[in-house]
Each structure stands twice: as structure tokens, then as C-alpha cells.
Design a protein around this ligand. Sequence first.
Ligand code: PMP
Ligand code: GLN
Length: 388
Amino acid sequence: MRPANHVFANLGTTIFTVMSALAAEHGAINLGQGFPDDEGPDDVRAVAAKALIDGPNQYPPMPGLPALRQAVAASNKRFYGMEVDWQKQVLVTSGATEALGDCLMALLNPGDEAIILEPAYDCYKPIIEAAGAKCISVSLEPPHWSLPVEKLAAAFSDKTKLILVNTPMNPTGKVFTRDELQVIADLMLKHDTYAVCDEVYEHLVFSGHTHVPLMTLPGMAERCVRVGSAGKTFSLTGWKIGYITGPENLMTPIMKAHQFVTFTTAPATQTAIAYGLGKDDTYFQSLASSLEAKRDILARGLKEAGFDVLPTDGTYFISADFRPLGFSGTDDEFCRDITVKAKVAAIPLSAFYADPSRAPRHLARFCFCKQDEILLESSRRLLDYANK
Ligand code: PMP
Ligand code: GLN
């Protein structure tokens, strides 16, 4: 038999699925895969329910419902002062994952190079490689994950087509500063490249930090495509609604990729997210402040259990160094051990590296978008585990 596609045939199951299954098998609290344990805003779901019954339920327009594309353009203006033509510059996708796939397939040719910053969300590299391009990884170092300017400059070449920039960054919780983004922008201009900006956590940013889209820096509007996710912005990860904003010349091929990947996305949920994006500022502020309070609860619990807790300024995630607990195995072994013995599941940081031999092996990522009581119970369980 002839082999299947080499990228997908050689891939394992994602770490999120693996750890969720292990958590279920052992009855553990799942602080691994990133999803909230509530149902999302009632009013947004009520709009979806009504739209589902009232219809229409047939194919929406390929680029998305006008109401949602207008709402995405309006939120680009409201939050970042960007002027966006909703008809030419906005595309609705079935989740940010599809959006990333559409962007990478539409922009990359075989032989191109694409730079990613590690630790990196796990879908980037396979999609880049499936497009026939070469993935060049540049590692950020814990605990501060600052941008390694010289290493990054050295990674750019005349083959570089694009860089993938994820801010706020999963799994580190790093929110890139304007100065760091300027370094990236300067390199992009110097080497005539694009950026695919994964900004799914744009509204999950904590006090003292501000989300800056790379696209808003001088000269970047023509070179960046920016990906958002209703899953994160409305705590509705199962809905799988994403959106891309970009310049018309890039959006045209990206829409062509979308038309043959999914073509379109369920209309009732699009209607509801169009409504949601119009909610007033207090919704977005309280989403961030409630998550920040949860971060603080889990950070305190992890510290009390003996972990060295790394700073996190956004996203759903906090990383912790487990070596002070006296555990001398790898991060994979640690995450399995706490799932089985403490009944709390987490994700090993090395899963976010293409080459695990280059990865830190002493960090676990915990997800804190859970009810306070669940975070407190997880903390108690980890304290007990540490004391044994
Ligand atoms: N990018 C990052 C950094 C993520 O953490 C996620 C999480 N799911 C995604 C993209 C995918 O988002 P979606 O669920 O909307 O496909
Ligand atoms: N983005 C989620 C995380 O980092 C996982 C999404 C998925 O399982 N595909 O936990």
C-alpha cells in the first residue's frame, strides 16, 4: 500500500485529547485542555437558539453572514481604531484553527520558510509543513519568555514568507509589548514578509497589560492577517467560530482556501456572535477581570503546594515549575503522575515544541478558566500530593 501524506501519517494525537482522555479515565479534574466549565453568556446562546428555530438554516454566504462580518469590522474599530472594509477584509471561519489553516495554505508555497516562536500552539507546524513549507522554530526562554532578538533576526532569510505571531501567547501567557512587536515588524519589512497573527486570546488580558495587534503598527496593515475566535471571546469553545481580518490582496486567496476547506459556518451561531461582538465594554472588561481573579486563585494554590509559578498576563493558562516538589522526571511523567495520583490533569510544556529535546522539561501548564471551587479543590489536591 502506498503511504498517506507524510505530515499527517506521522502525527500523534494532540496532547489536549490525550490528557483529556487520561483525566476522564482517572476521574481527575481537567486543568489540561483549555475550555471554560460554564456554558457561556445566556443572552448570546438565546440569540443562537432563536436563530436556529427561525432560520434560515441553509448555507450562509461563503465569507460569512454580513451581520457578523460587519460586527468583526466594528470591533476592530472599537478596540484598536482600525478601519476595515467588512466586505473585502473580513472572513468568518469554523474556528480559529480553520482560519490558521486557510491563511497558511493561501500564503505559503512549497520551498517557503515560515517562522514560529516556541513554545507554540500545536497546529502551526503541521499545517505549515502540509503546505510544503519549512517550519523554522525560534525558542523563547522561561521564565520571562522574552523575545530573543538576535536569534529571531538570524531565523529570517530570503526564503522567509511569513512569521506566526501568537499574542497573548498560549501556553506562556505572555502578552507581547509594542516594542517587541516593533522588532518583529522591522524584520518583516527588511525581509519583505507577512505575519499570520493568532490573537484568539485578544480579550483575555490582565491588569497592567494591553493587547496590541501587530497589524496596527506602521506598515503592518498590508502585511498581517489577524485571527480571532468567538470560542475564547464568549467562552463558547465548542461553537468553532473564528474570523480573519486582513488586507484585500491577502484575503482574496485566503477566501479561496476557505471555500474548499469548509465553505461556510453554521448560520445561527454566526448570528449570535454578531450580537455578542456588539455587547458593551463591561462584558469584555468583566470577562478579563473574572479570569484574572481565577488566575490569582490558582497561582496562590500552586505556590502553596510548592510550585514555582511563572508569571502569566493573559490567556487561560499558567505554567509552573514542579522541581521544588522533588519530582525529578520529565514534564510528561509529571503530568501523568498528578493526573493519576492527585487527580488533577495538566499539559506538559514540551508538547509545544517541535523538537522535545530542545524543550524545558520542568514545566506544566494549568488551565484556570474553571469555577473558583474547582480551582480551590485542585489546589488542595496538589498540596496533598506534594505532602506525600
Ligand atoms: N490558537 C491558539 C493559540 C489556541 O489556543 C487555540 C485554542 N483552541 C486556537 C488557536 C484554536 O481556536 P478555535 O477553537 O477557535 O479553533
Ligand atoms: N487551545 C486549547 C488548549 O490550548 C485546545 C484546543 C484543542 O484541543 N484543539 O488547550
